[in-house]
Design a protein around this ligand. Structure first.
Ligand SMILES: Cc1ncc(COP(=O)(O)O)c(C=O)c1O
Length: 290
């Protein structure tokens, strides 16, 4: 059985036969959006939040989604069902569709919908036990006035450059600053620092994706009565932090042990552990399953 289950415009096709047109503006210009939903015990986790973000991304690009949320939920379930039963990583991509070789999307009348499912990646236990390494990348995150990072688009070239930088330095993730030198987020995860018992994360107006996991973690902190701040943070805040962790759909809450050459002392820190445990409960709370 192939590693992937793939659908094109709602139809499941063998991976070797799954194709998109070379005139699809998603391929030509990165004019596409996507979401990744994970399963927990075979059920969709937080699909409602992901679909809300998909719709927001579509609105920002004036791209009309060809289906309603019920269709997407059902399709995600179908993708999961066609897998081997282990936990899934379910990606849905909506492209602008085929059109003339011209930037303006006016000739693209039919958006494409691609589904790609694979096993949920399993990160090394070592990364949770001793923390991962991140770097602060040279490449910067787009300002909100360019392609707003709040749009989860298929246009990820800054992130590609940043992750290449990270891997060259043996790091798992690269944290990007905005053009003003404030921290935003990593290439596929959000970042949190803990200092003096306060949990801080870059505010959305710094230009970043509003991570679904980030949102749950903020709720978890409020539930645990931990003070939280969405604020402006610099690389100095990382170096002075008591604890640092990153969050994403596939990683959950992952402690950071090294920022470049700088070693964090408590890894995983006690607050990170409390948040990670509470988030684990959120993951298994049936109210978040669809
Ligand atoms: C740029 C970026 N930031 C943050 C995240 C984390 O978001 P979520 O928690 O919704 O997976 C992702 C996920 O892919 C991402 O691509």
């Amino acid at each position: 059985m192939s590693e992937y289950v793939i659908s094109v415009n709602g139809r499941f096709v063998p991976p070797g036969e799954a194709t998109v047109s070379v005139l699809d503006h998603g391929f030509l210009f990165g004019d596409s959006i996507y979401e990744v939903v994970r399963t927990v015990n075979g059920r969709l986790f937080a699909a409602d939040r992901h679909l809300k973000r998909l719709r927001n991304s579509a609105d920002r690009l004036e791209l009309k989604l060809p289906h309603d949320d019920d269709w997407f939920v059902q399709h995600l379930r179908d993708m999961q069902q066609r897998r081997d039963g282990s936990e899934s990583y379910l990606r849905v991509i909506v492209t602008r569709g085929e059109g003339a070789l011209d930037l303006h999307p006016g000739t693209c009348t039919c958006p494409g919908v691609i589904g790609i499912a694979k096993a949920l990646p399993r990160w090394d236990d070592e990364l949770y036990a001793h923390g991962c390494k991140i770097i602060v990348a040279d490449v910067r995150r787009n300002p909100k006035q360019a392609t707003d990072p709040a749009i989860k688009s298929g246009n990820y070239l800054n992130n590609v450059l940043a992750i290449m930088e990270a891997r060259r330095q043996g790091a798992t993730e690269a944290l990007m600053m905005n053009v003003h030198g404030f921290l935003t987020e990593c290439t596929t995860s959000n970042v949190f620092v803990v200092k003096g018992g306060v949990v801080k994360t870059p505010a959305l107006d710094q230009g970043l994706l509003e991570g679904v996991t980030r949102g749950f973690v903020l709720e978890v902190c409020r539930g645990l009565k931990l003070p939280v701040e969405e604020t402006s943070l610099t690389a100095d805040d990382l170096h002075r932090a008591d604890e640092v962790f990153i969050t994403s759909t596939t990683r959950d809450v992952m402690p950071v042990g090294l920022v470049g050459q700088h070693k964090l002392h408590s890894v995983p820190g006690s607050i990170t552990l409390r948040i990670a445990n509470a988030y684990h409960d959120v993951l298994h709370d049936g109210r978040n399953h669809q």
